[in-house]
Design a binder for this molecule. Structure first.
Ligand code: FMN
Length: 191
């Protein structure tokens, strides 16, 4: 695939449609190198990626469940079960966070934007190598207890979890993409 074909064919794959194998070390490394090419005002390099593979996925899932229970003891059992099983259905989960540091020239929002751009490059690089992935958030991502359990330091905030794997046989239809023209306009500066 050429670069444009890669960009135009990427789509998110629901976690339940992902299976093994996950990317090998060389493929993962290429994806993270691509993530490092995100535009980054002030070279803050705010992005951090924590990999959950193998047995760590079950520990990650149990941690999410424990934090959800602590947030709301009445969390429905079915919701907890989904939280427990989902990370273990895929070969790799990547927790993405942003280390936001004070910089008079680079507001926090720009550091978050740089991290988001790194996720986009990561998703595209995984897709370019034949893998499926999806960025998921939800209340866990905004729970300080989850960030602490993952080892985030002060000023570091979770951005989302990228679920990665091989695209399974059953995948839902790709979402319709509206024509870009509706989102693009010309500004001429004249009335
Ligand atoms: C910041 C962010 C958080 C997201 N969180 C969720 C989520 O928690 N659950 C979900 O189903 N989709 C979530 N999505 C959407 C999916 O990642 C994905 O973009 C969506 O399913 C559309 O698929 P597409 O990427 O092929 O257009 C999130 C997207 C972004 C940008």
């Amino acid at each position: 695939m050429n670069t444009l074909d890669t960009l135009l064919s990427r789509r998110s794959i629901p976690a339940q449609c992902l299976t093994g194998p996950g990317p090998n070390e060389a493929q993962l490394n290429a994806a993270f190198e691509a993530a490092m090419r995100a535009p980054d005002h002030g070279r803050m390099q705010p992005w951090r990626f924590r990999l959950m593979r193998g047995a760590a996925r079950a520990r990650f899932a149990e941690m999410l469940v424990a934090c959800a229970r602590a947030r709301d003891p009445a969390t429905p059992a079915a919701q907890l079960e989904k939280m427990r099983s989902r990370p273990q259905q895929v070969p790799l989960v990547i927790a993405v966070s942003a280390r936001i540091r004070d910089n008079p020239k680079v507001p926090d929002i720009e550091q978050l934007l740089a991290t988001a751009a790194s996720v986009m490059n990561l998703l595209n690089a995984l897709h370019a190598q034949g893998f499926g992935a999806i960025l998921l958030t939800g209340p866990s991502v905004y729970d300080p207890a989850v960030a602490t359990a993952l080892g985030c330091e002060a000023g570091e905030r979770l951005v989302g979890f990228v679920y990665v794997g091989t695209v399974g046989v059953v995948t839902p239809t790709a979402p319709a993409r509206p024509a870009s023209a509706a989102f693009v306009s010309e500004w001429s500066g004249t009335d």
